[in-house]
Design a protein around this ligand. Structure first.
Ligand code: ZN
Length: 318
């Protein structure tokens, strides 16, 4: 049998965003100690990065009001890198004071969503990025841009790729070395994901492309594979599929970290993530929250957990 698509990369890097994107959307406050405990358990699991906090307005996002205390309270694992999401210069300055290893600047691809989420125009967000960049560069901290609603917007519908590429180019010109396209409300489809990343990579070959997917309409895993086949090697996900967005009507969680890691490992795409450990953390955190998470592997277990794991060729060839 011909092997399945040989263009699959050997490795994908996983950014665990549960402590930020996941918790941000919960209406019930999560105690600072529980956030710290969660990050401390995620730290040794082999993620490329952990998006631990957001330095944003505490009025707009009360769940992130304790970001500085969370960053001060975690036990930094030598192999882990900790990221903060920021929308402006003040957030950048506070993140650098807190000692983050990387910044994730957020802006939307549509004016309506940027107004709803950040209360400013896209131009104002890019001006804020321009003001923030010198601080990051002086501290030697890399800056990623995440462009939310890159595929579809709950207010404006389908998003023109030219608009996404224009904002991405402006962010790259300002010094962003990684550009993440976000499907904030799960409106993307795999063909669209493939073609938009194909164009992003052709337009900005020196920038690392990354993808941030929500599984709102069940297309998350398919969209991830489409991104991977287009050349993306960094993706965001959250344990148990925790998450959403307070400003996106109907938005649900990110793709579940364990589900994506499980799928990739089964395809012999390595992630470096300890899947057994991650499943355990997701199950325990579900109990901590007292609410059911949408992740599926955390419920079903690993496909080959109770039998010998066969070599890849044997599995697909039978
Ligand atoms: Zn998100």
């Amino acid at each position: 049998m011909t092997p399945y698509d040989p263009s699959l990369p050997a490795r994908m890097r996983v950014v665990e965003v549960g402590p930020r994107d996941g918790l941000q959307n919960l209406s019930a406050p999560v105690p600072t100690a529980a956030k710290i405990a969660l990050i401390d358990r995620l730290s040794p699991l082999g993620f490329d990065r952990i998006e631990a906090v957001a330095f944003v307005s505490p009025r707009a996002v009360p769940q992130m009001a304790d970001a500085a205390a969370v960053m001060a309270g975690i036990r930094r694992h030598p192999a882990a890198r900790y990221v903060a999401l920021v929308p402006n210069r003040m957030g950048t300055a506070r993140s650098l004071d807190a000692g983050v290893d990387m910044l994730n600047f957020v802006c939307s691809a549509t004016e309506s969503f940027n107004q709803a989420n950040l209360n400013q125009s896209i131009d104002a967000s890019l001006a804020a990025l321009a003001e923030s960049m010198p601080l990051a560069q002086a501290a030697g901290v890399p800056m990623r841009l995440t462009l939310s609603t890159s595929f579809g917007c709950p207010y404006e519908g389908y998003v023109d790729p030219a608009r996404v590429l224009d904002i991405a180019r402006r962010a790259a010109d300002l010094g962003c070395d990684e550009i993440c396209l976000g499907d904030t409300t799960g409106m993307a489809n795999p063909r669209q994901v493939y073609h938009l990343f194909e164009r992003l990579i052709a337009t900005l070959p020196d920038v690392t492309p990354a993808v941030h997917l929500h599984n709102t309409r069940g297309s998350g895993a398919a969209n991830l594979i489409a991104a991977l086949q287009a050349g993306v090697t960094v993706f965001d996900s959250s344990l148990g599929g925790l998450g959403g967005c307070p400003y996106a009507p109907g938005a649900t969680g990110n793709v579940a970290s364990e589900d994506m890691v499980h799928m990739l490992h089964e395809m012999d795409v390595e992630t470096g993530v300890d899947l057994h450990g991650l499943i355990k953390v997701a199950r325990d955190f579900e109990r901590t929250l007292g609410q059911t998470l949408p992740g599926q592997v955390m419920r079903a277990g690993e496909a080959y957990a109770f039998s010998c794991r066969l070599p890849h060729a044997a599995k697909v060839g039978s």
